[in-house]
Design a protein around this ligand. Structure first.
Ligand code: CS2
Length: 478
């Protein structure tokens, strides 16, 4: 190929589609699509993937111009490896043609519908887990007609299958949410009940919703990544993804219509994923969010840059030792001290440029499961809460939309406007903290009388204002 030639599929797929995947972003392309390709290489099976974008046309435009093929780039601290992934056989864009998505999901050969739609894609209230019926897409889907939300597509596709006398598919969530299978089942049933009680009962009895714990760091692709790949491999791939070598997938083996033989690359089938999910959400995602808000405010662009500052690697250590690990029962065979040491190594990987700004997105949807469960457990057991409080205070500062130097922050969050208004309508640290804690959509799981939280949060919020973020982190770890 000459250096301006686009990557193309090498040969037509020898397998048929068995999976419809909603949300073909970077994480999916760096994770489940890779596992599924390996499973088909090892054990065969018709598990090709029809990927569905629920919003933008970008993934479709990039992938279909390459016959669905793309490059998975493994970035280790000192070397890199490329693999061409060809498990995606088609890409659809739901808003352009919702019927084509329902048609694909109603094919008898489709046995799994998997999801990486991010926390907000479930359209639930993060503090209760209930479907948010006031969400514009859900309100639309309740009215009927062509669905808009992922949950709406699943319910309508299952209704079509039931009507046609077809067996259902498994619905497999691969998002960073606790008990993601149960959560998905709950919101799917709540939407189905609004439409047809018998359908809801059929789904309840027939459809499996395995929970999964997914782990691989896969930042957004940059122009630089595309250019590096062109220089090294001699082709242009606009859909390439970069990621670390590490990966881990823990899956409840509950698939009503079969599954690929996923077995390479650190996969475990278990009866319950809960312990693994708690470990990952609190130890990894909790400190990721900590580094994202505190690191961004301290002026660091990436996670690797942030933990290169000793105050911030000590912050991770102290958070794990004093607040996080004491709340996480170790899953069998896991040593949490080793797990967290490995996490710090992963964060340090200088080849991965994972922006603090990217992880800071959608905090209102992430905070409950990443930080508040830990906080609540520590309140009950009367353990320290200062570290988690410092992260929450940094989030409150971050969503004000202005950084320490008076520069604008591009805050991306479904509640961005409300958060900004709230942050800018108050004067003292105490008022700010009280107002934020009153937001039940985010903080609803905290005990009603949380005066200890209020007092500690006010203190650390004031410390952020007084000493600046780096100063406040240094004080915390000293
Ligand atoms: C990150 C995760 O963007 C984020 O919020 O914390 O995407 C994280 O990189 C993955 O969960 C790692 O498996």
């Amino acid at each position: 190929m000459n250096k301006s030639q686009r990557l193309t599929r090498q040969k037509p797929a020898s397998f048929k589609a068995g999976i419809v995947h909603l949300g073909p972003g970077n994480f999916f392309r760096a994770f489940a699509a890779v596992y599924t390709q390996e499973a088909m290489e090892d054990s065969g099976g018709d598990w090709g993937i029809v990927a569905v974008s629920l919003k933008s046309t970008t993934a479709r435009d990039q992938l279909l111009a390459q016959g669905g093929a793309y490059t998975s780039i493994t970035l280790s601290p000192s070397d890199s490896r490329t693999d061409i992934i060809e498990s995606i056989v088609d890409v659809l864009v739901a808003p352009e043609n919702p019927q084509s998505v329902l048609d694909a999901m109603s094919q008898p050969s489709i046995r799994i519908v998997s999801l990486t739609i991010t926390e907000k894609g479930y359209c639930h209230d993060p503090s209760t887990g209930n479907l948010n019926v006031d969400h514009a897409d859900i309100a639309h889907d309740i009215e009927g007609g062509a669905p808009r939300s992922a949950i709406g597509f699943i319910v309508q596709a299952l209704a079509l299958r039931k009507k046609a006398g077809l067996a259902p598919f498994t619905v497999m969530s691969c998002d960073n949410l606790p008990n993601n299978g149960q959560l998905t089942k709950h919101v799917v049933l709540q939407l189905a009940e609004q439409q047809d009680a018998q359908l809801a009962q059929w789904i309840d009895e027939q459809v499996s919703f395995p929970s999964t714990m997914v782990d691989r760091i896969a930042p957004a692709t940059t122009e630089h990544d595309i250019e590096q790949l062109r220089l090294q491999q001699g082709y242009i791939d606009l859909a390439c993804v970069t990621h670390e070598d590490f990966r881990e997938w823990v899956i409840e083996d509950n698939f009503c219509a079969g599954r690929p033989n996923w077995k390479t690359g650190n996969v475990q089938f278990v009866e319950s994923v809960t312990g693994h999910e708690l470990k990952k959400l609190r130890c990894l995602n909790g400190t990721h969010s900590a580094l994202a808000y505190l690191g961004y405010l301290a002026g660091y662009e990436t996670i690797a840059d942030t933990v290169a500052d000793p105050a911030f690697s000590q912050l991770c250590h102290k958070l794990w030792q004093t607040e996080i690990i004491p709340t996480v029962p170790a899953p069998s065979g896991v040593n949490l001290q080793d797990y967290c040491s490995t996490l710090l190594e992963r964060y340090r990987n200088p080849a991965i440029r994972h922006r603090t700004w990217q992880i800071a997105m959608d905090g209102s949807q992430k905070i409950p499961q990443r930080l508040l469960g830990t906080l609540c457990d520590n309140l009950i057991s009367n353990r320290p809460i200062d570290g988690i409080a410092l992260v929450l205070a940094a989030w409150m500062r971050y969503v004000s939309g202005v950084d320490e130097n008076g520069n604008e922050i591009d805050v991306r969050d479904p509640m961005a406007t409300q958060l900004r208004t709230l942050a800018s309508s108050t004067a003292t640290a105490e008022e700010t903290v009280t107002l934020f804690l009153g937001m039940s959509a985010v903080f609803g799981q905290l005990p009603k009388d949380s005066s200890r939280v209020e007092i500690v949060l006010t203190r650390v919020y004031a410390s952020l204002l007084e000493h600046g973020t780096k100063g406040a982190v240094e004080l915390y770890v000293s």
